[in-house]
Design a protein around this ligand. Structure first.
Ligand code: F6P
Length: 355
């Protein structure tokens, strides 16, 4: 078969591992040929391609980013965008397309599927917020990076008797904050799913310091919200008012505001650290290399079983095939059960309310 492949949306560690697995199994097992569409859906809109053969995927397993490059291009926002994508598939004689991306990229995949294209999706995002799958690749690497940063922040916080507020990515989901906060031993973890009261955060830190601990680590998700009476009035903090082609705002800046408010209320010296795109860069963890490889192997099998309009998903540690529509119809955010489990780490009722 002649198969097209693309990577769309924000990059994440493990994209190259998926590409490599698809191409290797496709060539070794099925005798397929591959065409890479460059820079996400832009590659189909503009018919911009590269050959994907064994040579092209040699040595890419540990590399971050994506050899196909990526963009947040949304063909539905261009006058004849979807038609142009269909035309590129036809011109390149593509019999099936593998789209590797998050909810935005896969929502376009669903649209093309509805127009008759044979599409299979692979879930990707460091945010881990895609429905229908237990984990997306990239998330583990991001958590490892944040965990290492927290260990480093810990020692400098301790040396200076400071409160350190560390802002992490995740968009509207608190998975990165929660997992890395647990792994890094954070004293306060703030996630978008539970708007927080800054007085209670300050109180919790003050009490901790009164117990003889002179430093504190706060992990805050970029999408976390002050409860309504506080700065921001219950809305997330934005870098600016701009939106991308999928209508997403640019989140960011909450750590600086929060650090100021904590210092004002407690009198403790407080600093903000924003980890930003460092969380998405560099080599994937061993876990993500394996998960991404399994997704790639699953996706090429799905193509040859004719499971189109579907996405490879991880369920109970097995790669299964689920309808794309199931994955894109809801964001998977941190649930109450998970929040209650984490509450068990904290001693006092007041602390529990701030997680
Ligand atoms: O969706 C992945 C993500 O890294 C989010 O966590 C973050 O809000 C966003 O992308 C950043 O996007 P950009 O790379 O366009 O700045």
């Amino acid at each position: 078969m002649k198969i097209g492949m693309l990577t769309g949306g924000g990059d994440c560690p493990g994209l190259n591992a998926v590409i490599r697995a698809v191409v290797r199994k496709g060539i070794f097992t099925y005798g397929d040929a591959f065409v890479g569409f460059l820079e996400g859906w832009r590659g189909l809109v503009d018919d911009n391609t590269m050959v994907l053969d064994l040579e092209a995927v040699g040595g890419i397993l540990p590399r971050g980013g994506t050899i196909l490059r990526t963009s947040r291009t949304n063909p539905s926002k261009r006058p004849d965008g979807i038609d142009r994508c269909m035309a590129s598939l036809e011109k390149n004689k593509i019999e099936a397309l593998i789209a590797i991306g998050g909810d935005d990229t896969l929502s376009v995949a669903q649209k093309l599927h509805e127009r008759g294209a044979k599409v299979v999706g692979v879930p990707k995002t460091i945010d881990n917020d895609l429905g229908g799958t237990d984990y997306t690749f990239g998330f583990d690497t991001a958590c490892n990076i944040v965990c290492e940063a927290l260990d480093r922040v810990h020692t400098t916080a301790e040396a200076h008797n400071r409160v350190m507020v560390v802002e992490v990515m995740g968009r509207d989901a608190g998975w990165i904050a929660l997992y890395s906060g647990i792994a890094g031993g954070a004293d306060v973890i703030l996630i978008p799913e539970r708007p927080f009261d800054v007085d209670k955060v300050a109180d919790s830190i003050r009490q901790r310091h009164e117990r003889g601990l002179y430093f504190s680590i706060v992990v805050v998700a970029e999408g976390a919200k002050f409860s309504s009476a506080e700065p921001g009035q219950g809305a997330p903090v934005l870098q600016d008012m701009g939106k991308d082609e999928f209508g997403h705002v640019k989140l960011g800046g909450i750590a600086n505001i929060l650090a100021r408010e904590i210092e004002k209320r407690t009198g403790f010296e407080t600093r903000a650290v924003v980890l930003g795109h460092i969380q998405r860069g560099g080599s994937p963890s061993a876990f993500d290399r394996v998960l991404a490889t399994r997704y790639g192997l699953g996706a090429i099998d799905m193509v040859h079983r004719g499971e189109f309009g579907c996405m490879a998903a991880l369920r109970s540690n097995k790669i299964v095939s689920i309808p794309l529509i199931e994955a894109i119809s809801r964001n998977r955010v941190v649930d109450n059960e998970m929040i209650q489990i984490v509450d068990g780490l904290f001693e006092r009722a007041a602390d529990k309310q701030v997680v």
